[in-house]
Design a binder for this molecule. Structure first.
Ligand SMILES: Cc1cc2nc3c(=O)[nH]c(=O)nc-3n(C[C@H](O)[C@H](O)[C@H](O)COP(=O)(O)O)c2cc1C
Length: 198
């Protein structure tokens, strides 16, 4: 059955608003594939929408495994569950990496400026996923004492990347009574939605 009046982005924005009181409603899972075609998934923080108003933004470290996975295969899926309204959005999309080599730096800079000093500090830690070495006693467990000083405002480093996920399909499941599931796909620019069995 067609859902003519349904627009997924309006529904998602309402869910974000209605679940705001739960801090963890800002977290979703990002799935990628590695070079062997194996699925990899991890939790990330929602950092608002890109300029088009519908592509979720994520921040990450250039040295993390997900970056090389995305360079190899841009196809991703986000899975976002909202506990207050009990609904799940699975967002299939194409990821774009905004890096220190991108011509346009404003997007990265804007997101960087919105981060708290502790969130910024993580980008000065040793490489994520590399073997852990105990630092000398004079240094913090996270590397140099300067890298661990959470009160500093820092310049945006080259390893600070922003991922923008351009949605191509949305699977929205609402666990109300009765349950409702709507699948939206992007045709030639236009979104089409149909109601399916949950
Ligand atoms: C609640 C929570 C939020 C997280 N947010 C992010 C994030 O926004 N960006 C990120 O790169 N990693 C984030 N992480 C860490 C990732 O889940 C993951 O461990 C890390 O990025 C390494 O993943 P990778 O090796 O697949 O790249 C978060 C972890 C948790 C538990």
């Amino acid at each position: 059955m067609q859902a003519n009046d349904y627009l997924w982005i309006t529904t998602l924005n309402k869910a974000i608003k209605r679940n705001k009181r739960e801090a963890f409603s800002r977290y979703f899972q990002l799935a990628t594939t590695n070079t062997h075609g194996a699925a990899k998934v991890r939790t990330v923080v929602y950092r608002g929408m890109d300029e088009d108003g519908q592509s979720p933004l994520i921040i990450t470290d250039s040295r993390s495994a997900k970056v090389s996975q995305l360079e190899n295969n841009r196809s991703v899926e986000l899975c976002w569950y909202f506990t207050v309204t009990r609904e799940q959005f699975r967002i299939t999309g194409e990821a774009t990496l905004y890096t220190h080599l991108s011509l346009e730096h404003q997007r990265r800079e804007r997101v960087w400026q919105q981060l708290s000093p502790p969130a910024q500090a993580q980008f000065f830690w040793p490489a994520p996923g590399a073997d852990h070495c105990e630092p000398p006693a004079s240094q913090s467990p996270r590397g140099t004492s300067a890298a661990a000083d959470d009160s500093l405002d820092r310049q945006m480093p080259d390893n600070f990347y922003v991922i923008s996920v351009f949605p191509t399909a949305i699977d929205h499941l609402l666990l109300s009574h009765p349950q409702r599931r709507v699948i939206s796909t992007r045709g030639s620019g236009e979104w089409q939605s149909r109601i399916v069995n949950p």
